[in-house]
Structure formats: C-alpha cells, structure tokens
Design a protein around this ligand. Structure first.
Ligand code: 3PY
Ligand code: MG
Length: 263
C-alpha cells in the first residue's frame, strides 16, 4: 500500500504544511497540490463542497506530491467511510469533545478487528494499491479537532484513544467558546493558556499537534511553539489576500495586512 508520508514526517519530527480547500473545484485542488504542501485537506465542514466535488478534488490532489486529507462535516461513520473509500489518506474530525466521541471517530477509520469501518475501499484501492485493505489501519491518519471547553476538560482521555494519531485545534471555535469571539490568532490569555496546555499534553502523550492558522507568518510561529502540523490559511483567504494585494499595488497603495479571523 502507498505509505502515508505524514506519519513518517511526524516520527522524524518534520513539520507538516497542510493546504486547506473550501472551493469546490478539482482544478483549484490540483493547483494547490502542486504548490509544495505536504498535505492538502478537502474541507467538507465549512467548505462549499459536496461529495462529487470532494471526489474530483481528491483525484486532483492524488496527481500531485501532496497527501490528500479530508475534514469531514461531523463524526458520522458513514460519511467518514465514504471519504476514506474516495481516497482520503487521513481524516480530520471536528468537534471531538469526549473520549467516547474520539473512540467512535477512530473506529470509523479502522477495519475490524480494530474498528467498524465497512469494507469497500473503491478508489482507495486505485490510489493505494491492491494491499490497501491489509495496511489501511496503519496508514490512515486520524486527527481529532479540539475546539470546545469540554474537549479541554477531557483532553487526556481523548489523547489516550487507541489509534488516534493526534489532534488539530480549531482556534476559531475554541476562542469563540473560551472568549466569546472567534479569532484564529486570538491573543486572549485564556486562548494562549489553552493552546499551551494542548501542546504540553500532546507532547506528554507523544501525539501529533496540529492547528489551523490564517497566514504563513502565523503558521511559522506555531511551528516554533511546537506544533507539528499547520495550515497557513485556506484557499478562500489566500485568493482574497492575493487579489487585495494585487489591487493595492496596481493603485500604488500599500497592500493591506491579512485579517486574523478564519473563513
Ligand atoms: C476552527 O478554527 O474552528 C476550525 O474549525 C478551523 O478549521
Ligand atoms: Mg471549527
């Protein structure tokens, strides 16, 4: 089976730079995949993406060196299974707040006896090879999103989940719940403390720590903090920022600085 290079990168403590796609287009997915990202995530939670678009986006990413991932819309085993069958090499699952939810998520990503994923690997066989069924349980990356107060309270038991590779902080939702306002780069003391706490617990459990960011500078800062997996904004934010910069430069003005809220 095609190996998951993200797992090796994490073992070797190499940073993983992950693209994030909200625009439902195989063409823009292909463009993103060719830019040098280690992985590219198809966002089915907040992206404008249905299953048919996600399939062509995963196909497009598969034609590049980036590893294709999906952020599913919720912790629904049937939805997770379909994204894996479509060739996602890892799943990012939003709103995991308890150990029981984390166990349900991981189980949906693993064939028996480790989990309850139903058999029918479809496109994953084409991308991964004939022995995909024998090795998928080891290669598929599972990241649980930590983005609620309850998740912080249950962090150690979530990180204890067998087969969970790591966590991915959703800083917009997390800051919304902790501070009353959604801001991916929030400097509120409660957010700074929460992020430090998640990093420390991931280190203690030897699990991958990931986070959504709104720019390359912010992502570089997160790597220096100790995160392994960072997303330097999504395609919509990058497209908007590139257009604003081009317009300002054309007018002879100073380009605006990108905002700090996601989406
Ligand atoms: C959040 O910031 O809440 C996210 O879900 C980012 O993807
Ligand atoms: Mg979120």
């Amino acid at each position: 089976m095609r190996k998951n290079p993200l797992k090796a990168a994490f073992c070797q403590q190499q940073p993983i730079i992950n693209g994030w796609l909200a625009i439902p287009s195989g063409y823009s997915a292909e463009i993103a995949g060719h830019q040098g990202y280690d992985s590219v995530t198809v966002d089915m939670q907040h992206g404008m993406i249905d299953f048919a678009s996600a399939l062509s986006m995963l196909q497009a990413i598969s034609a590049t060196s980036a590893t294709p991932l999906a952020r599913v819309s919720n912790n629904d085993p049937a939805h997770i299974m379909r994204m894996l069958d479509a060739g996602a090499w890892g799943i990012i699952c939003p709103m995991i707040s308890t150990a029981q939810q984390a166990a349900q998520f991981v189980s949906a990503c693993r064939y028996p006896p480790l989990g309850n994923r139903s058999f029918g690997p479809a496109r994953a066989l084409l991308y991964g090879g004939k022995d995909y069924p024998q090795h998928a349980n080891e290669e598929i990356l599972t990241l649980a999103m930590i983005e609620t107060r309850e998740a912080l309270d249950n962090l150690d038991s979530i990180l204890d989940t067998n087969g969970l590779d790591g966590i991915f902080i959703g800083p917009n939702d997390l800051s919304l719940t902790l501070t009353g306002s959604a801001s991916a780069e929030s400097q509120h003391p409660a957010m700074l403390a929460a992020i430090e706490h998640v990093l420390n617990r991931c280190r203690a459990h030897k699990k991958l720590a990931g986070i959504f960011c709104t720019s390359g500078q912010a992502a570089a800062h997160r790597l220096t903090q100790g995160f392994h997996f960072v997303t330097p904004a999504n395609d919509v934010m990058q497209l908007g920022a590139a257009a604003r910069t081009a317009i300002a430069l054309t007018r002879g003005e100073t380009p605006p600085v990108s905002g700090s809220s996601g989406y």
